[in-house]
Design a protein around this ligand. Sequence first.
Ligand code: 13P
Ligand code: SF4
Length: 316
Amino acid sequence: MNKESVDLKAEIRRMCQEKNAIILGHYYTDGVIQDIADFIGDSLALAQKAAKTDADIIVMCGVHFMGETCKVLCPEKKVLVPDMAAGCSLADSCPADEFAKFVGEHPDHTVISYVNTTAAVKAVTDIVVTSSNARQIVESLPKDEKIIFGPDRNLGSYINSITGRNMLLWDGACHVHNRFSVEKILELKQQYPGAKVLVHPECKGAVAKLGDVVGSTAALLKYAVTQPENEFIVATESGILHEMQKKCPQKTFIPAPPDDSTCGCNECSFMKLNTLEKLYECLKNETPEIIVDEAIAKEAVKPIQRMLDISAKLGL
Ligand code: 13P
Ligand code: SF4
């Protein structure tokens, strides 16, 4: 059977059944990937799902650090990703050796790392957070606790501003979220005066200030579904519009453009490396497989598990 004659979607579903595999997809992937996944979610929901699944194979349609998180949580399972090149500019902005040095220079600080980090960074971290639980996890620590927060400076300063903390921030950012601009959103607000503005906390502080809601992809989705308004300006990666539109076909979602349309768009090129063809090949050949160094995994699992435990206790 040559590739052209294969019904990729049917074959992917058949192989999942045959191999007891589960496909996890992030909201930023293409709609066709979200539609074929067994489960779609934000970073927290994907990690929670991976920790609970009884599948033998996890195919993570997202980016590399998400695959690593699955592997660290489920070392006995095979974790596959459709394209090993699906990285993350935010994770790249925090090299493990430099972060470990920074941590070493502040031995009296508790280290909180965003999930968008390599396993090696998580290995020198006390608690991992996602944008869904960062506020609550920070607030669960004593008010006078000294905290390092990495790597996203925008999320870190947003959490500082809403909690009154003074966490020491790593100077990293996501190239997609960092590009949303106040001016472009204000222009859209003039065009759609009744629209609510949805902002992901990886955006700059001035952009977050324009948000009627600031939250993780799952929180933005929930807000769009539950609010009575019909128009929403969306300042996060545009893949989320697929699920928003699916859940609310009668509402209008307007993707906020980046500040400079010549330097790209509001899409994460890494997330878009997940295609149906690569997913098919990945399931068929059971490669590329995520491997995490055992010594690193042994340390990295602790702060991830701590996040899952605190989240469960807080009902998140
Ligand atoms: P959430 O899924 O937690 O909203 O994070 C967004 C993100 O940047 C994933 O890469
Ligand atoms: Fe990383 Fe940004 Fe892409 Fe999310 S959107 S995977 S933070 S580069």
